[in-house]
Design a protein around this ligand. Structure first.
Ligand code: URP
Ligand code: ZN
Ligand code: ZN
Length: 464
């Protein structure tokens, strides 16, 4: 089955060309000017539209148990919403339960996705327990396509691991080529500040943010990079939220170290002042970790995206309904499940506020939301680029489409939007995933369960 997309503008991270694109089965067959319509069964007119490589969201939490509840989107609702927003691949997080094998968690997450995933998905493994005898288990997971592991420097007694464990895991990646992703916040110090706040009767959602100083993030980023330097391997900082933390990444990169970092739309567009201060319980909608920061940080993160000190924008999509799930922490901010929704809106927000507001070019937009995550997480050039031989994951993007983000119209299974009322210009019209039309004029038309598990390559730091 061949589909010819004619007259569009093809945008990759390194080029923009007006050309036709021919899909043959699941792959891109050809890109060139004036491919004759006779070669294809289906011909699509993309005049006035951009063709982008499908978005890759390298940080999602679907159907994830956390804080006595489970994130509200499962692999069906979450990946369907992602597709409508122009994302054709996610990398979700499986969680090793303490005292169990990582392999068990991998099987559990495969089952969660089975029959549900609407787009292709990879899995990172969250390591909570790594005895010396378990180090080679990491290598076994790499053989299963789990090319990255996340370790936590926060959440003591729940997910946090000590520096020795982090260092051993980093050293193991020198052998197996995987990438360590760090949740970098000094959890022990934060815990002391949190207990003090609670003792003073400070229980409202805003205290979640006020008890997690940016220095606690910067210190952990510094430590993570230092440990990676001693182990002689790259490291990737997830959900970086503040200028202080960014400065640590920049210093390391200026010294030539392979330190990488992502940020998320919420840290680029929302703040304590705008979304938490004076808003009482409403602030629970913005309780995630790291927390929202003061407004002064926002332009610094945009600078980071422009200067390539931040390489990726992902969502950290981890939705909990305001009505019944966030309510678990009504009298105590530490009991509010941490996380916020965003899987559907990443491309819209980055296109509007990044390209539309002149922060960066269309090519850089593509790099941040698709090409760089594909390279860093071992999916390139199967994903992350429009080129012959690559998967036909293609977004027909209408750069002039106006849309107002709202929980009333979004497709995520959560009762609020962090970006309620945000007006954006630019939206996905049609989406192809491995050659199948899965979104047509903004409506999902794909088949749940069509998404496949992606065996990612452990590249050992070969990014470019
Ligand atoms: O608050 C957040 N970010 N929840 C998801 C877990 C994590 O740390 O990424
Ligand atoms: Zn995290
Ligand atoms: Zn996360």
């Amino acid at each position: 089955m061949r589909t010819l997309i004619q007259h569009g503008t093809i945008v990759n991270a390194d080029s923009t060309v007006k050309a036709d694109l021919l899909i043959d089965g699941a792959k891109i067959k050809e890109i060139r000017a004036s491919i004759p319509a006779t070669v294809a069964e289906t011909v699509v007119d993309a005049t006035g539209l951009l063709l982008l490589p499908g978005g890759i969201d390298a940080h999602t939490h679907l159907d994830m148990p956390f804080g006595g509840t489970t994130s509200a989107d499962d692999f069906l609702t979450g990946t369907r919403a992602a597709a409508i927003g122009g994302t054709t691949t996610i990398v979700d997080f499986a969680i090793q339960a303490r005292g169990t094998k990582m392999r068990t968690a991998l099987d559990t997450w495969w089952k969660k996705a089975e029959g549900k995933a609407c787009i292709d998905y990879g899995l990172h493994m969250i390591v909570t327990d790594l005895p010396d005898a378990g180090l080679e288990d990491m290598d076994d997971l790499v053989c299963e396509g789990v090319a990255s592991f996340k370790l936590f420097m926060a959440y003591p007694n729940v997910l946090m691991v000590d520096d020795a464990t982090i260092f051993k895991a980093l050293k193991q990646t020198a052998k197996n080529g995987a990438l360590i992703c760090m949740h970098a916040e000094n959890g022990s110090v934060i815990d002391v500040i949190v207990q003090q706040a609670l003792a003073e009767g400070k229980t409202a959602p805003i205290y979640h943010a006020l008890t997690r100083p940016t220095v606690a993030e910067a210190e952990a980023v510094h430590r993570a990079i230092a440990m990676a330097e001693m182990a002689g391997v790259p490291v990737y900082i997830v959900h970086l939220s503040s200028e202080d933390a960014l400065n640590q990444v920049r210093e390391a990169r200026d010294r030539g170290l392979p330190a990488f970092a992502e940020t998320c739309p919420q840290y680029l567009l929302l703040s304590i002042e705008d979304n938490m201060e004076g808003r009482g319980w409403e602030g629970a909608k913005y309780v995630f970790t790291p927390p929202l920061r003061e407004r002064i940080n926002l332009p610094k993160l945009w600078d980071g995206l422009r200067s390539d000190n931040l390489q990726v924008v992902s969502t950290d999509h981890c939705p909990f309904c305001f009505e019944d799930q966030k309510a678990l922490g009504k009298n105590d901010f530490t009991k509010i499940p941490n996380g916020g929704p965003g899987i559907e809106n990443r491309l819209q927000l980055l296109h509007h506020h990044g390209v539309g507001q002149g922060n960066f070019s269309l090519n850089r937009f593509v790099e941040l939301v698709s090409t760089a995550p594909a390279r860093i997480f071992g999916m390139y050039p199967q994903k992350g680029v429009l080129a012959p031989g690559s998967d036909a994951d293609i977004v027909l993007w209408d750069a002039n489409a106006d849309h107002t983000i709202s929980a009333k119209t979004h497709h995520m299974k959560v009762d609020y939007s962090m970006f309620e009322g945000f007006r954006v210009r630019g939206n996905a019209r049609d989406v192809y995933a491995r050659g199948e039309l899965i979104v047509s004029k903004g409506e999902f038309v794909g088949k749940p369960g069509r998404g496949q598990y992606l065996r990612r390559e452990a590249r050992g730091g070969a990014w470019k």
